[in-house]
Design a protein around this ligand. Structure first.
Ligand SMILES: [Zn+2]
Length: 471
C-alpha cells in the first residue's frame, strides 16, 4: 500500500489552489476576506494567487495540507450544505449531494466511549446484478471488503500532542513539524492568551496568542482544549463542567471555522464524572502516564476509553533510551502511539517561553525523525479518534452491479459534520479489472491494485455513491 495520508491530501493540491482562486474571484480579489473564509493565512492566499515557485512544491503548488483538506471537505455533502462557502454562493453544489443529505445521520455523538484497538471492519457487500461473464439475466454479486485498521493500512498510528500552548512550541516545534510535513495537536489553556502568560505554580510561562493559534490551525494542525484555567478537574466538583465547556466556546469564538475538537486533561487527571462531561462536548480526550513502563503496560491493552487515551510524556528530565522501546511496543501491538510534549529548548530561546520540563530541540528532532522512519500513520489526535469511530461503524453496500461497473455505498451512522474523514478500503475485484476509474462526490479517487489482486482506495463513509468502472 503506498497511498499515505499525506499523499491523499496532495491529490487535491491543484484543486485546492483552484479553490483559493475561485474564492478570490468572488471576493473581488480581497486577500484578507479570502483568508478568513478559508481559514488560511494571507500569505498563502497570495502565493496561490501568484502561483509562486517559492513554496514547498516544485510545480508551484504551494497550497498547504489544510487547504487541500478544505477542498476535500467542500465535496463532502454535509459540509457543502452547512459550509460558509455555500452561503456565499461560491461553490456550485452537486445536486446529488443535496439529495444524499436527506438521508441524514441519526447520531450526533456515538454512544459508548470504549473502542477496540486495532480492529478493522470486514464484510461482504451483496446485490443482485449482472456478473462478469454471465450469460445474461441477473444473479447475486458479492464483494469481500476490509476497512483498514489505520489509514492506508499503516501498521500503527501516532499522534503528536503539545500541552498548554507555550511560546517555545510555536517558535521551535511548529517549524520542525512543518519541515517534515507532520501535523500535530496543540491543547491550549484558553484564558491567559491575551495576557500572554500563565502562572504554573510559582513559574510564569509565556503563552502564544490567538493569532499564532489561528496560524497553526490554518496550517492543518489541530487546536484542542486544555480547559480555561488549567485546574485539577478531579478537585473542581462545581466548576469542572464550566472549565470543560467554556474552553470549547472560547476556541470556537477565536477560531470561527473550528467546529469540533478534542480535549486534554490537566495533570492527566480525570474522574468518571469529568469524562462524561467531556464526552458531551468533545470527540475524544487525552490523558497520560508518568513513565515508559506504565505506558507499555497500557499499550498492551486492546480496549481503550476514547476519553482517557493514554499518552507517553516526552520530558527533558526523563529523556532516555527506553522511550524507543515504548514506541516499539505500540508498533508491535499495531496500536496508537500518543506522545505528550511540553517544553522544547534550543539553548537560545527566552527561558520565560519554555514549557514544563523541556526536552532539547535535538531530542525533539531525533524523536520526529525516528517516528518518520517507521511505518506509523502520523495524524492529529482528533483525526485518529475520528478514524477509529468511523472505521468501527462503517459498512459497505453494493448498490448496483453490471459488467465492468459497480456502484457502492460506504456508510457509518455518525454525524458527517464531525466524522468526515476518508477511510481506506480493500476490495476483492474480478481478476480482469486492473485499470479502473473510481469516483465519489464527482471526484476521481486514487487507487492501487495490490500484488494479490486487491483494490485499495480511500472513500468517505457518508453514504454517497462510489463508482468503480473498468476501463
Ligand atoms: Zn497542562
Amino acid at each position: 500500500m503506498t497511498i499515505t495520508y499525506h499523499e491523499l491530501r496532495q491529490i487535491s493540491k491543484e484543486k485546492a489552489r483552484e479553490l483559493v482562486r475561485k474564492v478570490l474571484d468572488n471576493t473581488k480579489g480581497n486577500v484578507s476576506k479570502t483568508a478568513r473564509i478559508l481559514t488560511i493565512s494571507r500569505k498563502t492566499v497570495r502565493r496561490a494567487r501568484d502561483g509562486s515557485q517559492s513554496g514547498r512544491g516544485k510545480d508551484g503548488t504551494i497550497v498547504t495540507a489544510k487547504e487541500a483538506e478544505v477542498w476535500y471537505c467542500m465535496h463532502d455533502a454535509s459540509r457543502v450544505q452547512e459550509g460558509v462557502l455555500n452561503k456565499k454562493k461560491i461553490i456550485l453544489v452537486p445536486l446529488f449531494a443535496a439529495v444524499i443529505l436527506c438521508c441524514g445521520c441519526a447520531t450526533r455523538r456515538p454512544a459508548g466511549r470504549e473502542v477496540q484497538l486495532p480492529a478493522c471492519s470486514e464484510g461482504t457487500a451483496r446485490t443482485v446484478g449482472k456478473r462478469e461473464g454471465a450469460a445474461g439475466g441477473s444473479e447475486a454479486v458479492e464483494i469481500q471488503y476490509t476497512v483498514a485498521p489505520w489509514h492506508g493500512f499503516s501498521r500503527a498510528a501516532c499522534s503528536l500532542t503539545f500541552d498548554d500552548g507555550t511560546k517555545d512550541q510555536f517558535a521551535l516545534a511548529y517549524p520542525e513539524l512543518e519541515k517534515r510535513g507532520l501535523t500535530a495537536t496543540f491543547f491550549l489553556i484558553t484564558r491567559f492568551r491575551k495576557r500572554g502568560y500563565w502562572k504554573d505554580g510559582d513559574t510564569r510561562r509565556s503563552l502564544f496568542g490567538w493569532d499564532e493559534a489561528r496560524e497553526l490551525y490554518g496550517a492543518g494542525h489541530e487546536i484542542g482544549s486544555h480547559t480555561i484555567s488549567h485546574p485539577d478537574l478531579t478537585k473542581e466538583k462545581t466548576r469542572a463542567r464550566w472549565e470543560i465547556a467554556g474552553a470549547l466556546s472560547k476556541l470556537k469564538k477565536e477560531i470561527p471555522s473550528l467546529e469540533e475538537t478534542t480535549f486534554a486533561w490537566p495533570y492527566w487527571r480525570s474522574d468518571e464524572k469529568c469524562r462524561e462531561s467531556a464526552a458531551d462536548y468533545y470527540v475524544a480526550a487525552r490523558a497520560g502516564s508518568g513513565t515508559v513502563e506504565n505506558y507499555k503496560k497500557e499499550a498492551a491493552h486492546r480496549r481503550i476509553d476514547l476519553f482517557r487515551v493514554d499518552s507517553l510524556p516526552m520530558r527533558g528530565g526523563q529523556f532516555h533510551e527506553p522511550w524507543k522501546s515504548g514506541f516499539e511496543t505500540v508498533l508491535d501491538n499495531t496500536g496508537w502511539l500518543v506522545l505528550c510534549f511540553h517544553g522544547i529548548d534550543d539553548g537560545r530561546i527566552d527561558t520565560a517561553w519554555l514549557g514544563w520540563d523541556p526536552m532539547t530541540l535535538k531530542q525533539f528532532q531525533e524523536t520526529l525523525d525516528w517516528i518518520q522512519g517507521r511505518s506509523f500513520w502520523v495524524a492529529p489526535f482528533g483525526t485518529v479518534a475520528r478514524y477509529i469511530r468511523e472505521r468501527d461503524r462503517a459498512a459497505l453496500t453494493l448498490l448496483y452491479a453490471e459488467d465492468g461497473r459497480y456502484v457502492l455505498s460506504l456508510e457509518d451512522d455518525l454525524d458527517d459534520r464531525i466524522f468526515c474523514l476518508p477511510l481506506t478500503l480493500k476490495l476483492a475485484l474480478p481478476v480482469s479489472w486492473r485499470t479502473l476509474r473510481i469516483s465519489q462526490h464527482r471526484r476521481e479517487l486514487l487507487y492501487e491494485v495490490s500484488p494479490d489482486g486487491a483494490l485499495l482506495f480511500d472513500a468517505l463513509p457518508d453514504g454517497t455513491p462510489v463508482y468503480i468502472e473498468r476501463l
